[in-house]
Write a protein that binds this ligand. Structure first.
Ligand SMILES: C[S@@+](CC[C@H](N)C(=O)[O-])C[C@H]1O[C@@H](n2cnc3c(N)ncnc32)[C@H](O)[C@@H]1O
Length: 212
């Protein structure tokens, strides 16, 4: 499997970790593999929300709250709404949000696809980080809730490099790879969107909604 130069990530991790005690404490709650936004991705998210200062931010996939707290911290005037399907993660995220002192975060327990259908209002910034097989559906619903000029960031779009590989894909990864490729084609071809892919960590898609 293609692995993007690990020493590059090590270097980025070393020089760009965020100097924030409450965020560090949340990182330390997970030993070993962690699905939290990796160093570099977290700084990029912090950079983007502090630059754009969106009124409302939507996150799909809270895990234990790291990226929600990060975005709420770096864009304190935004309201961050974050959706998580796993009850244990949701409860831990609630505790972490409470401990963080951020009062601009609303956590919702449920399946992102269901929640998105009833969620009111618009979001000018969306971070997609939930089920990798459903990015196309998330995109459709998020665009319906997005003003012109809104930005979507989707994590893991290269799925460990497999999305960019030629040749046969192991059966267990085939559906996600196929759907991620469709997602990437879609964000590049849709005239309403202007998108780029950053080979940062597991691959980030950055999408700007130009309007209809
Ligand atoms: C990569 S983790 C999120 C990490 C988090 N954004 C961070 O950087 O701190 C993905 C999370 O999405 C949740 N998830 C998966 N499918 C989901 C769905 N359909 N709806 C909501 N959450 C989902 C998982 O339970 C997991 O906690």
């Amino acid at each position: 499997m293609f692995v993007p130069d690990e020493y590059v990530f090590d270097y980025i991790n070393k020089v760009s970790s965020l100097d924030d005690d409450k965020l560090k404490k949340i990182r330390e709650q997970v030993i070993g593999y962690s699905p939290m936004a990796r160093a570099g991705v977290d700084r990029f998210l912090a950079f983007m929300v502090s630059l754009l200062r969106p009124g409302r931010i939507l996150e799909l996939g809270t895990f234990i709250g790291y990226s929600a707290i990060l975005m709420a911290t770096y864009s304190p005037h935004s309201e961050v709404v974050s959706v998580e399907i796993n009850s244990e993660n949701y409860i831990r995220a609630k505790e972490n949000v409470k401990d963080s002192g951020c009062n601009n975060i609303r956590l919702i327990y449920g399946d992102a696809l269901d929640v998105l259908r009833y969620l009111d209002g618009s979001f000018s910034f969306v971070f997609i980080d939930a089920s990798k097989g459903h990015y196309n559906e998330y995109l459709d619903i998020c665009l319906d809730k997005m003003p012109e000029g809104g930005v979507i960031i989707a994590d893991n779009v290269l799925f460990g490099g497999r999305v960019a590989m030629s040749g046969p894909i192991p059966h267990k990864h085939r559906t996600i790879v196929k759907r991620m490729r469709e997602f990437i084609e879609r964000i590049m071809d849709d005239d309403r969107l202007f998108s780029c892919i950053l080979p940062l960590a597991d691959g980030l898609a950055v999408i700007r909604y130009k309007g209809d």
